[in-house]
Design a binder for this molecule. Structure first.
Ligand SMILES: Nc1ncnc2c1ncn2[C@@H]1O[C@H](COP(=O)(O)OP(=O)(O)OP(=O)(O)O)[C@@H](O)[C@H]1O
Length: 778
């Protein structure tokens, strides 16, 4: 990625550090790194540029670079090793340093020669560009300067054409390599296959058809533009001796033939053009559907532990925007590439065959146009990335604020949020202005180059015709060709830009595909009817990534067919016990057993079907109440549905709604109260009828009276069923057969029945007295 020519000027906010990239690590743990980087201190734009560059890299989730302290916090996912993350950070800082060096006045630069600080990659690319630039410049200078030197060159048109072709090839190859290196996939296995082959995948036939149609349409266009000047010449000269030689005598017949041919070319151009557009769009749609379905399927099968580490908005962006980017590239840019290749593929032999002496001047601007096109777009990539990042932050904040509407109202922070959004909006427009400015220049330069080619061709071709070294019949069809070729070539830069964006998008999509899948097959089958429901945690130690252990050497025994309560301080690890049992996570040490078998040895779908897990904040889909209760038991009868709702204490409020069970609950159940949502989720689990039920604060939002009714119903429903009730409200577990009291780190502080624990005078007694409204005993 090229650096912006003029990064935003840094106004000093604090004392600036010297212009050098000294980096000191403060902490490096898997998934997170903290660094202190002198270069960023006092330079807000440099800090922003470093953030933007890093955030573009796949696997980097979050970056905060402080221009006040120079500290950088970097979070990355599991697909990036700490060493790779450090390398990415170093590259980003080197890039920022290079940007600062190009924009800092010479007198302010450090003593050390810039070449030592400029990243090797940039130095290399500059070196590779130089010959192409010189060649391109030389070719144009020759065309402009003229004189004896030009005449010497004119006598060697093939040599000049060779030089032009070599320069073009150099420019295109350099840009292609840079784009490939910059966007290389972090996964070596997929990186070995070219991105285009990975995108097209099994749809090679559709691709070939679309490419052939594009080529034919381009052929029609070129034929039309070749025939038009020939018709004018025919009329001006009153006939064509060439056509007469081929047996078409008389100006009328000759005119009819050429006009007929032009009409056919025009029709072919339109018909094949239509076919090509349709074929590319269909291919793009097929590729989009294919990638989206496969990616969603993969994400759906990823282990909860791995998905928890992903930001949902980011996964959503990959599934929507990144996959759309891939399909847009196929629909429009691939068509451009085929047309470009066809036009040059036809033009070069046509010139060599008909007018070799002027071929080189027609193509002289080609390397310059190609180089300019690449150069401007490489620069534009940096400003696009900055504006994309700002827009994404703005959109993220707006969405969050809409969700937090009530929180903002109750905190009376409307003005605070308006200021924040205004500020983000301003940053976003500023970034857009920079990218708009850089986008306005290239088209004009490219038009200039295209015009020069036309003028050069007319000048040299006309001179050759006057001298009698070139026939008008050969020159006529070629006049407009260079202009068409330049027009096609002018899209090279934007095509490369789109290609880079597409490869980056593809990389992000493939990174999701690399997240490990849960094993859906294998393991010992566990038919629901055979589950007794005996649960045991044996010396389990477990820590979430980067956190202290949530459970340390925890042992619990939950007898089958009974109700067991788990209470304790907030953050003690109660929910973690449920997550380990459901195999959302795996213990670092120790074992979790169901009916004496380690849960890791059981068939995963069977295990999860055997356990009904109701959480404190249940998720309701934007559907009717009936559909939400039926979710997972789609073939349940209406009668079973109503019985489940009655057991969950939900029937009374559902019946009171105008549409009863057909009431839509809104997005995430927004049209229901917290307690109503909980009861619908409970009914959903009751309908599934699993042998083990875990209620994790499942009735915490329900009033005491309703909870008592639910408990009575659950007592009947829970007969011979293992029930694990996690709760803060002790009345919820009062009737349990046994209760565990957990302390920090999953420590089991007490165990017994309600009566035993109340009389023990320990933690439970204190909690009970506090909840009963009596002062706790000293
Ligand atoms: N996804 C996660 N990533 C990192 N840490 C987590 C995650 N989930 C929970 N924790 C941490 O693990 C510890 C145990 O959390 P857990 O949810 O099991 O506690 P709990 O006893 O159920 O708490 P509460 O009663 O408040 O619901 C807490 O310190 C919590 O911050």
């Amino acid at each position: 990625m090229a650096l912006p020519e003029s990064p935003p000027v840094d106004r000093p906010t604090t004392r600036r550090a010297p212009l050098r990239a000294r980096m000191r690590p403060r902490s490096i743990v898997p998934g997170r790194q903290r660094w202190e980087i002198d270069l960023l201190r006092g330079r807000p734009a440099a800090a922003r540029l470093t953030e933007t560059t890093l955030l573009e890299a796949p696997g980097i989730e979050e970056v905060h670079a402080s221009p006040v302290t120079g500290r950088v916090l970097l979070r990355h996912d599991r697909t990036v090793s700490p060493r790779a993350a450090t390398r990415l950070l170093r590259q980003a800082v080197s890039r920022t340093l290079a940007a600062l060096l190009t924009t800092t006045p010479r007198k302010d630069r450090p003593e050390t020669p810039p070449s030592a600080a400029v990243p090797r990659q940039d130095a290399e690319s500059t070196g590779r560009r130089l010959p192409s630039i010189l060649l391109a410049g030389g070719a144009v200078a020759a065309a402009v300067v003229g004189g004896p030197f030009l005449l010497t060159l004119l006598s060697r048109p093939l040599l000049m054409l060779g030089v032009t072709t070599a320069a073009t090839a150099g420019v295109v190859r350099g840009a292609w390599r840079r784009s490939n290196r910059a966007k290389q996939s972090s996964d070596e296995a997929t990186a070995r296959r070219h991105p285009l082959r990975r995108i097209i995948g099994p749809h090679k036939r559709k691709f070939a058809l679309a490419a052939v149609l594009s080529g034919l349409s381009q052929l029609g266009e070129m034929a039309l533009f070749a025939l038009s000047p020939s018709i004018v010449l025919l009329v001006a000269k009153g006939g064509s001796s060439t056509l007469a030689r081929y047996g078409v005598a008389g100006v009328g017949s000759q005119l009819g033939l050429l006009v007929g041919a032009a009409g056919t070319a025009c029709l072919a151009m339109a018909a094949f053009g239509y076919g090509a557009t349709v074929a590319w769009r269909q291919l793009a749609q097929t590729i989009e559907d294919d990638w989206r379905t496969r990616t969603y399927e993969h994400v759906q099968r990823v282990a909860p532990a791995d998905l928890e580490n992903e930001r949902i908005s980011r996964v959503n962006t990959v599934l929507s925007e990144d996959i759309s980017q891939i399909s847009t590239f196929v629909a429009s840019n691939m068509n451009d590439v085929v047309q470009m290749v066809t036009s040059l593929g036809l033009l070069i032999p046509a010139f060599l065959l008909l007018a070799p002496q002027i071929a080189w001047v027609a193509f002289a601007p080609v390397p310059l146009v190609a180089w300019l096109s690449f150069r401007f777009h490489e620069r534009a990539v940096a400003s696009h990335a900055a504006s994309d990042e700002r827009r994404s932050r703005l959109n993220g904040r707006i969405t969050e604020n809409l969700h937090a509407h009530t929180t903002i109202k109750s905190a009376v922070t409307e003005q605070h949020e308006i200021v924040r959004i205004t500020e983000l909006n301003r940053e976003c427009s500023e970034a857009n202005r920079v990218s708009d400015r850089s986008a306005a220049v290239p088209p004009q330069i490219l038009r200039l180059a295209g015009g020069s080619a036309l003028v050069g061709t007319v000048l040299l071709g006309g001179t050759a015709v006057l001298r009698g070294t070139l026939s008008t019949a050969a020159f006529g069809p070629l006049i407009e060709m260079p202009g068409i070729a330049m027009l096609k070539l002018s899209r090279l830069g934007s095509t490369t830009d789109q290609y880079q964006r597409t490869v980056t998008a593809l990389d992000r999509v493939e990174r999701l595909h690399r997240l490990p899948l849960e094993p859906v097959s294998g393991g010992r089958p566990l038919p629901g009817r055979q589950v007794k429901g005996e649960i045991e945690l044996r010396n389990v130690t477990f820590a979430y990534p980067g956190r202290p252990p949530a459970l340390s050497d925890t042992s619990l025994a939950i007898p089958p067919g009974r109700t067991t309560g788990i209470v304790g301080t907030s953050g003690a690890g109660k929910t973690t016990v449920a997550k380990l049992l459901m195999r959302f996570h795996h213990p670092d040490q120790g074992r979790v057993l169901l009916d004496g078998a380690d849960v890791r040895t059981l068939a995963l779908p069977d295990l999860r079907r055997a356990i009904g897990y109701v959480t404190q904040e249940p998720f309701l889909f934007d559907a009717t109440i009936a559909e939400n209760i039926r979710y997972g038991t789609f073939d349940a009868t209406d009668e079973q549905l109503v019985t489940a709702a009655r057991t969950a204490g939900a029937d009374a409020f559902i019946d009171s709604l105008p549409d009863g069970y057909q009431t839509r609950v809104g997005e995430r159940g927004a049209a229901l109260s917290g307690g109503q949502k909980q009861r619908i989720a409970l009914a959903r689990t009751i309908l599934r009828d699993p042998p083990v039920i875990i209620l994790d604060e499942a009735t915490s939002a329900v009033d005491n009276e309703t909870e008592a009714i639910i408990q009575q119903a659950l007592q009947v429903f829970g007969t011979d069923r293992t029930m694990v009730v996690i709760a803060h409200r002790l009345s919820t577990v009062q009737k349990a057969d046994q209760i565990y009291v957990m302390g920090p780190g999953g420590l089991v502080a007490e165990q017994g029945t309600h009566e035993e624990l109340v009389n023990r005078g320990g933690t439970y007694t204190t909690l009970w007295q506090l909840q009963a409204g009596r002062p706790a005993l000293a």
